[in-house]
Design a protein around this ligand. Structure first.
Ligand SMILES: [Zn+2]
Length: 298
């Protein structure tokens, strides 16, 4: 009787030991939010992604955006950046727009709002921005970075080293001299994180990819959201037309690499519609408006 009892106890203990992890996994699965990774996958936060339009450049030649497009076509292109709202008040921008007068004078944007004002109008204070992921060094994506006093900047190491000399002057023409100086100052202040190449998860659930070749080491970003993985292509895809026609962007150092990057974006994004191009006004028609000039990518 005693032996039988012990055996029963041991069997029960063994059973409990075997079942505990299974039960724990089952509980984890039951309490996990919709769209979460299956049990055993690493826990990564879910982000909310918004596109914010802060200006329009009227009558832009489509041929300068889509390789091989009809030279008579023009489009009022959207100037936008993207905001990721994450857990614990994390506020991340992908690109920062522009605001310096020299760019306003030469490009004459319509409906211009400083990126910082557009963000504030959406209810996000500029000093709450924790990170700015710079897709590439062009003026309309980098210039606004110093509007966000507490942000650290994420840029590909190769992009930084290719364009910015140690003395803060431009090493190549794609970066404006003012923006090169600003970037060098950020770097000297320890506020630049140099991303070491492709497929790097720089924040939990936010991954940087290279290969778009809009500039020397332009990057795009995959973001985990409740709707699945969103790809913020920035100028590695200018317009939906690039994707639809499988046409490289008109300004690229390597058209084959750009097309390969577009193909890869299709695999990374949970759905084709979740690939967001860099200047397509259609972004603001395809997604629900949640504020003036703001849509939620979902
Ligand atoms: Zn651009």
């Amino acid at each position: 009787m005693r032996n039988a009892f012990s055996r029963l106890c041991l069997t029960t203990i063994r059973l409990v030991r075997v079942m505990m992890p299974v039960a724990a996994l089952a509980v984890a699965w039951l309490v996990a939010p919709a769209g979460a990774d299956p049990p055993g996958a690493s826990h990564r936060p879910i982000w909310q992604v918004y596109a914010i339009r802060y200006a329009t450049i009227p009558s832009f030649p489509v041929r300068a955006l889509v390789a091989g497009a009809d030279s008579t076509r023009e489009l009022d292109i959207a100037m936008m950046f993207w905001v990721l709202k994450g857990p614990e008040g994390r506020r991340v921008l992908v690109d920062a727009g522009f605001y310096r007068q020299k760019f306003i004078d030469s490009w004459k944007p319509a409906d211009f709002l400083r990126p910082s004002e557009a963000l504030q109008r959406f209810g996000v204070p500029t000093d709450s921005v924790t990170d700015v992921i710079v897709s590439h060094v062009h003026w309309d994506h980098l210039d606004g970075a110093d509007l966000f006093p507490n942000a650290r900047l994420w840029i590909q190491r190769q992009e930084y080293e290719y364009y910015v000399r140690e003395d803060g002057t431009p090493a190549h023409a794609a970066i404006d001299s003012v923006d090169a100086q600003m970037l060098a100052q950020f770097h000297a202040a320890g506020r630049v994180q140099l991303v070491p190449g492709d497929g790097k998860e720089i924040l939990p659930g936010v991954t940087a990819y290279t290969g778009g070749r809009h500039t020397f080491a332009s990057q795009y970003v995959g973001v985990r959201t409740a709707a699945g993985t969103v790809v913020l292509a920035s100028d590695n895809v200018y317009l939906y037309e690039n994707l639809d026609r499988h046409a490289p962007i008109a300004q690229t150092l390597d058209a084959h690499s750009n097309l390969a990057a577009q193909d890869r974006m299709r695999r990374i994004a949970s759905d084709l519609r979740l690939i967001v191009p860099g200047h397509d006004p259609g972004v603001f028609a395809r997604f629900p408006a949640v504020g003036a000039g703001v849509v939620k990518i979902e």
